[in-house]
Design a protein around this ligand. Sequence first.
Ligand code: ZN
Length: 246
Amino acid sequence: MPPSDLSLELPLSEMGQAALSYVRQGFWVVPVHAVLGRDLCSCQRARSGCQSPGKHPRKIDRRFVATNDAAIVERLWRRWPNMNVGLAPRRSGLITIDVDRRPDGADGLAALAIRFGQPVLDTVRASSGGGGWHVYFRLSPDLNALLPRHYLGPGGVGMPRMVVVAPSLHPSLRPYAWHLGEGPEVRAPLAVPPLLEAYLRRVAAEGEFVRRARGSWRDRLQRAAHRSRLAPVRRLFSRLDREPGS
Ligand SMILES: [Zn+2]
């Protein structure tokens, strides 16, 4: 469907231009609800108190949308010009580590660098308006394929399906910003450093375990039985265990 004449006359908003620029660099973007005022989200829950203003995807026709199609991006941001911009890291071949500002004021980024090495400080990162950091690494296709689809791990090492990116507004009304103004569209993030890769491979192995263990109701019952402190329950399930193919 060709865009209407009207949409051609209107300049694309700052958010729309940013989204388009990410897509042109090969990244997948996600439409995210706008921040209309301090802690005020554009979603329907705004009045009753949205839990994450301007940080959750705006579903289109009730669907989560991630796209790398410039025409779709233009259409979306012309329709809702103030929408924040989300990036789908995994589809874009990236992993993002979310480093929250700690309640005790400790430097989460330094802690992450101690854990995974200097690349944490050298790679592309962004300050989230709330005082935390998003640290980006390039994810090799084989590691990407290995990892569970959604994973939010201990210590803030996670792979959110979507991260909000510059120049989106944080609910504090401060914008997200790339460190030194260098986003992944300007400078390629570093590859996942070895210590992080080792950690992720461990995570992947555990994810595999979870998938297998969730395979059937019987597996689940058996695991519950193994955890059970009731001896008769454990005996019953160890008997079931020995019956092949039932
Ligand atoms: Zn909301």
